[in-house]
Each structure stands twice: as C-alpha cells, then as structure tokens.
Design a protein. Structure first.
Length: 286
C-alpha cells in the first residue's frame, strides 16, 4: 500500500526554537527517528510536513530547514506556519513562501487563540489570500472552536480547509473512555456541510494522553466517516506528538495507529487507497 502521511511533524531544538516542547518531546525528531517509526506494510511512504510550532519569527526558516532535507525524509508537501491576521505582514509572509515550491498550504494555529479569532476581519482577509494562491488551510482547533471553522468555510467557500485531529474532541482515557460528545457531533456535522472541508483521521492518541485503545477511539472515527465520507478523509500520524505515552516516546506507536485505522477502514469497507494516499494527494494538489 502507498502511504501518504497527511500530518507529520519534525523538529530539532538545536536548529529552531520551540517554546512549547516538554517531557519526552523535547529531543530531536528528524530523519533518524522517523526511520525507526516507518510503516512496514507501506510499499511507498511519503508525507506532508505540518508546521511544528517553531517560534513565529523562525517560521520561514522552518520551511527551508524541512525543504532542505525533504528528499531523504520523503516529504512531498509543506504546510507552513503563518499568522493570517497580520495584515501587511501576512501578505509579505505569504509572498516569501511563494518562492518555496514545496509549500502547499498554511496553518495559523488556532487551538490556543480566543474563540472568534478565525472570524475577525483581518483573519478572513488573510485566509482569502491563501485561497487566491491555490493553497489550503489546516484548521487545528479545540472542539469549542468548530463553529468558527464552519463559519470561515461559509465566508470563503473556495478555500480548501482540512480539520486537524477531528477538532480535538474529549476522548477520555483507555481505562475511562468517553462517548463522542453530542455537541462535537453537531458542530462536526455543520462543518461537513461545506463541500471543500475535509478531516484528518489523526491526533486522537495524543488527546487520550498517549495511552489508548482501539475500542476507545473507533466511535469517533465512525462519526467522522458518517459525516465526511471516505472521499473527504485522510490519515495522519501526528508523529511524534501522538507517539508518546506515560512511559515516554515509542517508535512503534505510529505503526500502531496506522494498523488500527487500517483495520477499522477494512471493517467498514472504506477505500483504503483514498484514506491513506489519494485524498491527501488531491487535497494538497500533490
């Protein structure tokens, strides 16, 4: 099976500054570490790098750092970090990124911003510039912000938006799982009404704190499949963020998430070629 990981992170604290890293994630996660986390069943493995939270003034450096090693890493696209509500600064940043051929989309990390940020005039103006360039927008939000993403999709219907990590619903823990919240299902359904919105089957292991079970997370995948359908879902590892647990970092966790999603997709009769490769390739215009 060809695998296109739609959500891969890489970082090196000796090259760039990451103020959010803590615990087992504070080390370097680059080519050597990724090689130990490869998926054995993949006949070909490529990835889309998603900005990893480097300091804002280093975001362009982050793109160039990844692009410089993209061939050996199998990175075929880059989602760059950009503040979209910066007015002229946003325009300048987007123009600088246009010289980087691997850039296929942008992400303004919304999860720690106040609710409503994505609806501000400045943000919508920046997002329209993204759409005009034919790029995509990765929406990384908490579940309470899902209505904002739906309204953004309505305001810019030509903007291709992908929801990272299913909107980070509360999933509980392996020993105390939670059923999919009704508010999350309702807001996810509203987002799915917009035809150019997609979702990533990613990030749930991290929401469970790294200790998770398939039985715990599959109900959330079922909701996503019912709302978006196989043609608007793509698999992402969220490596290495979703590869940590109370015991620390585990290189096998990426393959375990792949195997879990593959088994679930098979049980539902979903098109695994689309889920693990083609949908992401089409979404990001690769």
């Amino acid at each position: 099976m060809r695998v296109l990981d739609s959500h891969l992170h890489l970082w090196d604290p000796e090259v760039l500054t990451y103020t959010w890293l803590e615990g087992p994630l504070t080390g370097r996660f680059g080519g050597g570490e990724l090689e130990r986390a490869r998926i054995e069943d993949a006949s070909e493995e490529t990835a889309v790098f998603v900005q990893a939270g480097a300091r804002e003034d280093e975001s362009l450096h982050e793109v160039r750092w990844v692009a410089g090693q993209a061939g050996e890493l199998g990175v075929v696209g880059i989602v760059a970090g950009v503040r979209l509500d910066g007015g002229t600064d946003t325009t300048v940043h987007l123009e600088e990124l246009s010289s980087e051929p691997l850039v296929v989309g942008v992400r303004h990390l919304l999860q720690d911003e106040p609710d409503g940020t994505a609806l501000s005039t400045a943000f919508v103006t920046g997002a329209r510039e993204v759409a005009a360039r034919g790029w995509t927008f990765d929406a990384c939000v908490r579940h309470s912000q899902l209505p904002d993403v739906a309204r953004l999709a309505g305001a810019i219907p030509e903007l291709r938006i992908v929801l990272d990590h299913l909107g980070k619903p509360e999933v509980g823990t392996a020993s105390a799982p939670l059923a999919p919240p009704s508010e999350w299902e309702r807001d996810l359904a509203e987002l799915a009404r917009h035809p150019l919105t997609f979702c990533k089957i990613s990030g749930l292991p991290a929401e469970a704190g790294g200790e998770w079970s398939a039985e715990q997370l599959i109900p959330f995948l079922d909701v996503a499949a019912d709302l978006f359908g196989p043609e608007r879902m793509m698999w992402g590892s969220d490596w290495p963020v979703s590869a940590v647990s109370g015991a620390g970092y585990g290189s096998s966790s990426r393959a375990r998430w792949f195997d879990t999603v593959a088994a679930w997709a098979h049980s539902r009769g979903l098109d695994q070629t689309a889920l693990f490769h083609d949908t992401a390739a089409a979404f990001y215009s690769l």
